[in-house]
Design a protein around this ligand. Structure first.
Ligand code: PLP
Length: 442
């Protein structure tokens, strides 16, 4: 891997590891300052859904930039925010129509749980405060969102500082030897929610949050047949708010605008971020039904807010992104190319017995490495083949997204999620680089 610009840096993220310096990006490609080209096989972190440097979006941002780049929400309303809210509401399932803008996924999740809590207080049920989530799951890294996140390596240091919320197992039928196409399997996992609600005391439970198709935590886990509908029924039975975390799935990546559209289920609140402005600006939203928002507004207002909420430049970018997705037929392309890429990734299982599973929906795809496909035993801890695969792909100009978890506990998977503008020739490139990298670790 090229490691230019090795001056000491004042910047830091998770580790001391340095990455190449990005120069420019266009379409599905990115170039570092040495001129090396990379195919963005993970759309960043499943963000850049419409590819880089899209002219429609750049033009919309240029136009907005010269008008205004900031209007504080308590002083002004802005046209881009108004228009994007209306557009988002028109796309939402189940009549969800009240849009609260934020700058990212964690903020959107925080907003959802704070709205849910204030709704409970407003409707005279202040004893409801528990938001059940799944293990594994990822809902963000601010402390409120982290309390819902089911991923011990990220949550453990902060346990004393937050009230961890109850978790139920994610429906990983492939690990439990169950058939995900059978309704009984979906019901088996969904019923775990009801058991947990009863155990916690239904009157104390506020909500349940779920990624319709799992993201980085579960590696593109598609719920078994019947799961999403049964979850909805259970929430209704106990007066619990259902929150769909569409931070990664919202915006068309699975082939539908919302991940949950595949099952025709509507939540009470949903959150979206990554693909919303697709990397052109920091943007997210929490969208809720009137019946949740109105009681809160009636009782004096929503006690919550962020300085950058409804930023007009971010909203102008978001609007143009949604327009681009619709006018270019990118969801249909995500479905078509996703099916083809999944077929090719599945083909790798004939060649490499350490690939235990290939799964996903549209262009939210993952493959999982295992020590033994028969037992699905995880890779031994500390095995560096996992990290090497990412580096070997990188050297070959392919970016994929990895999550090493089951060598710890939860799963060792790679997400292959190129932008929704991807064509067959790009799939050829992805598969060539991936196969070469896999050959080297095999
Ligand atoms: N929820 C889900 C499903 C996510 O995948 C993520 C990020 O990966 C988040 C929430 C948090 O979003 P952000 O990193 O923008 O705060």
């Amino acid at each position: 891997m090229t490691t230019p610009n090795r001056q000491p840096s004042h910047l830091f993220y998770q580790t001391r590891r340095r990455r190449p310096m990005l120069d420019q990006a266009r379409g599905v490609y990115m170039w570092d300052v040495d001129g090396k080209r990379y195919l963005d096989g993970s759309s960043g972190a499943m963000v850049c859904n419409i590819g880089h440097s899209n002219e429609r979006v750049l033009e919309a941002m240029r136009r907005q930039m010269v008008k205004s780049t900031f209007g504080y929400r308590l002083h002004f309303e802005t046209e881009p925010a108004e228009r994007l809210a209306a557009k988002t509401a028109s796309l939402c399932p189940g009549g969800l129509n009240k849009v609260f803008f934020v700058s990212g996924g964690s903020e959107a999740v925080e907003s959802a749980i704070k709205l849910a809590r204030q709704w409970a207080i407003a409707v005279g049920e202040p004893q409801r405060y528990k938001v059940i989530s799944r293990y594994p799951s990822y809902h963000g890294s601010s402390l409120g969102a982290l309390a819902l996140t089911g991923y011990a390596p990220m949550t453990a240091p902060f346990d004393p500082m937050m009230r961890a919320m109850p978790k139920i197992p994610a429906p990983r039928a492939y690990l439990d030897g169950l058939d995900p196409t059978k309704e009984g399997t979906g019901h088996h996992y969904a019923n775990m929610l009801e058991e947990r609600i009863l155990q916690e005391g239904p009157e104390t439970v506020l909500g349940f949050i779920v990624e319709p198709v799992g993201g980085a935590s579960t590696g593109a886990l598609v719920p078994p047949t019947g799961y999403m509908a049964r979850i909805r029924e259970i929430c209704d039975r106990h007066g619990i708010l259902l929150i769909h975390d569409e931070v990664m799935t919202g915006g068309g990546r699975t082939g539908r605008f919302w991940g949950a559209e595949h099952w025709g289920v509507a939540p009470d609140i949903l959150v979206i971020s990554k693909g919303f402005a697709a990397g052109y600006a920091p943007l997210g939203a929490m969208v809720a039904h009137d019946r949740v928002v109105e009681p809160v507004l009636d009782k004096g207002g929503f006690i919550h807010g962020y300085t950058y909420a409804g930023n007009p430049l971010a909203c102008a970018a978001g609007l143009a992104v949604v327009e681009e997705i619709e006018t270019q037929g990118l969801m249909a392309n995500a479905e078509r190319m996703g099916n083809e890429l999944k077929r090719r990734l599945k083909g790798l299982m004939d060649r490499y017995d350490f690939i235990g599973d290939v799964r996903g929906s549209g262009l939210l795809l993952a493959f999982e490495l295992v020590a033994d496909r028969r037992t699905m035993a995880p890779l031994p801890k500390g095995l560096n083949a996992f990290d090497r695969l990412v580096e070997l792909a990188y050297e070959r100009g392919l970016i994929i997204y990895s999550r090493r978890t089951r060598g710890g506990l939860e799963g060792d998977h790679f997400l292959v999620c190129p932008p929704m503008i991807v064509e067959e020739s790009h799939l050829d490139e992805i598969m060539a680089a991936l196969t070469a990298a896999l050959d080297e670790v095999a």
